[in-house]
Design a protein around this ligand. Structure first.
Ligand code: TXA
Ligand code: MG
Length: 348
């Protein structure tokens, strides 16, 4: 059975952390909050622990896991080599929402890395995650704690709805701060390459280590150009409804969404709209939800997955969303939104 236990992030109950750590050490799973999204943790150095993650999530076994650490020196045991740039990035962005890829050492079982010779590592910026990692022996493999293919969980309830009966313990630390998954960077290429955009932007990284590029597989229309992070190739972050993104000047977008929703409603379909605080009153559809203010891109990122899940709960058939190409993390937000939409976009 699945227990959900509340934990106060400002006053951590170490006994509860020890109870959770005992499960991890015994090869069991524990879901826990991080600053990005909730993770589904197991001992990264324990073969069966990682195997349990794949079966609980229904995740393809060739999709590698991120190893979470709490101390810089923990990097040495699990990697075969750490380039100078990685230490610079770690110093600047860890703990934080940045994952780096390294050649792995023999301490890391292939189940953790989905059969790959490299290992993804991150030090999360969350007191519950850090305490749990420390008490569990220092290395927790954790993908996002959703059923494979669903939006990542930003609340403990999301984890419970997806994984009840498949994880013995969920630590409920309340809502996460960022709401989209970490930036992933691969430093093994000649030019360091971003495999998944996130809260730490390309610009922030290049200020520390110079030239950085996006993985061509992320943006290519050509199906032969595969993303290098195996997880980025799967249909992912997807709600049950058919989601379309409408892109263009604000007035036209609102007009188009109102037309499209009216058509669908007339055919008896349930329609949801994703707008902003500024536009929400312009939508005729009764199920219009604001993702936050267009001026607050952090709020947009934080609310995205939760809104997609709310529409699923309401059994909405069609969702129309505005586009959020905001200045800083707009690339990461749009990467997730477009994947959820299966790249269905209408330009007006
Ligand atoms: O913010 C996050 O990173 C969250 C929290 C829980 O830390 N975790 C997360 O994990 O998003 P997951 O498993 O949902 O996504 C990990 C991504 C996948 O796309 C996977 O393919 C990629 O990282 N990845 C992991 N190891 C890799 C490797 N060795 N080479 C390339 N890509 C890798
Ligand atoms: Mg995931």
């Amino acid at each position: 059975e699945t227990l959900v236990k509340k934990i106060d992030c400002k006053n951590i109950d170490i006994n509860l952390i020890r109870e959770a750590a005992q499960l991890i050490r015994a090869g069991e799973l524990v879901a826990f909050p991080t600053e990005t999204v909730y993770g589904l943790g197991a001992d990264a150095l324990h073969r069966e622990g990682a195997e349990k993650i794949y079966s609980a999530k229904g995740r393809p076994s060739d999709n590698p896991l991120i190893v979470h650490i709490a101390e810089f020196k923990a990097l040495e045991k699990i990697t075969a080599a750490v380039p100078q740039e990685a230490w610079k990035l770690a110093e600047k962005f860890w703990p934080g929402p940045l994952t780096m890829i390294f050649p792995k050492s023999s301490a890391v079982p292939k189940t953790t890395t989905g059969g790959m010779e490299t290992v993804a590592v991150r030090m999360p910026d969350h007191p519950v995650a850090l305490a749990l990692i420390r008490e569990s022996g220092g290395y927790i493999a954790a993908p996002s704690a959703n059923t494979s293919g669903k939006p990542s969980p930003t609340l403990a309830e999301h984890v419970y709805l997806d994984l009840k009966g498949r994880v013995p313990l969920i630590l409920d630390g309340g809502g996460v701060g960022i709401g989209i998954e970490s930036t992933i960077i691969d430093l093994s290429e000649k030019v360091p390459t971003i495999l998944r955009p996130g809260y730490i932007t390309k610009k922030m990284i290049s200020e520390i280590i110079g030239e950085v590029r996006d993985d061509p597989g992320l943006i290519s229309e050509d199906a032969a150009v595969r993303p290098k992070a195996p997880g980025m190739k799967y249909k992912h972050y997807a709600p049950k409804a058919d989601l379309t993104v409408i892109n263009g000047p604000q007035k036209q977008v609102i007009k188009k969404i109102n037309e499209l929703s009216a058509e669908k409603l007339a055919r008896g379909r349930k329609v949801g709209v994703i707008g902003t605080d500024e536009s929400i009153s312009c939508y005729q559809c009764t199920c219009a939800k604001s993702i936050g203010s267009r001026c607050d891109e952090d709020a947009i990122a934080r609310h995205l997955y939760g809104i997609l899940r709310e529409f699923d709960d309401m059994e909405i058939d069609d969702i129309y969303s505005e586009s959020f190409a905001t200045p800083r993390i707009g690339q990461a937000i749009m990467n997730r939104l477009l994947k959820a939409a299966g790249h269905q976009v209408i330009n007006v």
